[in-house]
Design a binder for this molecule. Structure first.
Ligand code: PLP
Length: 369
């Protein structure tokens, strides 16, 4: 199998699997229990918390484990805006965010918030000045993703953070770093955001676990209610094996930028295909190309028949036209033939070669069909 859909999800790595198993077998207690089995489970969670915090560049007590990237984004957007609604009811975000942010913002609109959605440039990047000029005195939250899941483009979060600070804005800055964490180097210190969302299954941990880094002093309203776990922000008994696996996957992350290099190599091969257009080269292991005149679903199925797995855009869109590609205002033909190709450190050069030759063959056969 040639798996090139790592922006949708990743294969669980062996370190994560081992940590999951160990925690499930050995530290299966409830971290809230006041006995040794509970303390052991709590220690397992704390170890993972330390690992994630150190890779993010923050303190362990700033990290809240959540059920995934969607929960983390929802908690940041809903929890941040609602907590600060006395200051104002205006939110700034972008047209290329994940639905976890866009739909949370849309839910806030129904509660009386006003949302400004900034458009990207044709290169798939929003301009810091466009975001900043949308910020008003009643803006309570700015949400700009760090790396886009369809285009692989990195957004100017640090620049936005710097200017918000200079202006002494009271708006919280949230960044969805689900597609950036363990993929491009960054630290919450230099980034300057207040809230940073990450997800386990994009970094070779199992599905169902994520985290939100909450800068010390930043207050959020809870969005779910239960016991006091995770400072009351993600209540519910902690999924200790999933958290342990997340920590282990992050500790075992590739630091060599292999996915990015493989993507560059793949692009160099793909660009030789007649008519192929590069929509976005991306800054992460993700890129978007198009074969105008062909339907991406048809190409996808052809590749899938050869056990080569790519995506026609965000996997969450399930065939719906991608709002991200729409925001780029591409020609209909280019949009229809778009393919997202996303690498992980577990891919090989051979995967890139297989993809390029299969795509070239598919395009040739379909053109003569
Ligand atoms: N944000 C981005 C940029 C994503 O790519 C995804 C997953 O596709 C999410 C958020 C949601 O993360 P999860 O699947 O862990 O809920």
């Amino acid at each position: 199998m040639t798996y090139l859909d790592n922006a949708a999800t990743t294969q669980v790595c062996s370190a994560a699997l081992e940590a999951f198993e160990r925690a499930a077998e050995e530290t299966f207690g409830n971290p809230s229990s006041l006995h040794s089995a509970g303390f052991a489970a709590e220690r397992t969670v704390d170890e993972a918390r330390k690992t994630l915090a150190s890779v993010l560049g923050g303190a362990p007590d700033e990290l809240v484990f959540t059920p995934g990237g969607t929960f983390s984004d929802n908690l940041a957007v809903l929890g941040g805006a609602r907590r600060n609604c006395r200051i104002g009811k205006h939110i700034v975000t972008t047209r290329i965010e994940h639905d976890a942010v866009l739909n949370a913002a849309a839910a806030l609109e129904k509660e009386g918030f006003e949302v400004t959605r900034v458009a990207p440039g044709p290169d798939g990047r929003v301009r810091a000045e466009d975001v900043l000029s949308a910020v008003r005195s009643d803006t309570v939250l700015v949400s700009v993703m760090l790396a886009n899941n369809e285009l692989g483009t990195v957004q100017p979060v640090a620049e936005i953070a710097g200017e918000l600070k200079r202006r002494k804005s009271r708006a919280l800055l949230h960044t969805d770093a689900v597609q950036a964490f363990c993929k491009i180097p960054f630290s919450v210190k230099t980034l300057g955001a207040d809230l940073v969302a990450v997800s386990g299954h994009k970094v070779h941990a199992p599905k169902g676990v994520g985290a939100l880094w909450v800068r010390k002093g930043v207050k959020l309203s809870p969005i779910t209610f239960g016991g006091g776990q995770e400072k009351g922000l993600a209540p519910g008994t902690e999924p200790v094996p999933l958290i342990a696996a997340f920590g282990a996957a992050v500790a075992a992350r590739d630091k060599s930028g292999r996915a990015v290099k493989l993507k560059e190599y793949a692009l160099s091969l793909l660009e030789r295909i007649d008519g192929l257009k590069v929509i976005s080269r991306g800054d992460t292991g993700v890129c978007m190309v198009s074969l105008p005149g062909f339907r991406s679903e048809t190409l996808l199925h052809r590749l899938s028949a050869e056990q080569i797995y790519v995506s026609s855009g965000s996997a969450c869109g399930r065939g719906k036209p991608s709002h991200v590609l729409k925001a780029l205002e591409l020609e209909a033909k280019t949009l229809d033939g778009a393919l997202r190709i996303s690498f992980s450190a577990y891919n090989t050069e051979e995967d890139a070669v297989r993809l390029a030759s299969a795509l070239e063959r598919a395009a040739g056969e379909l053109a003569h069909a």
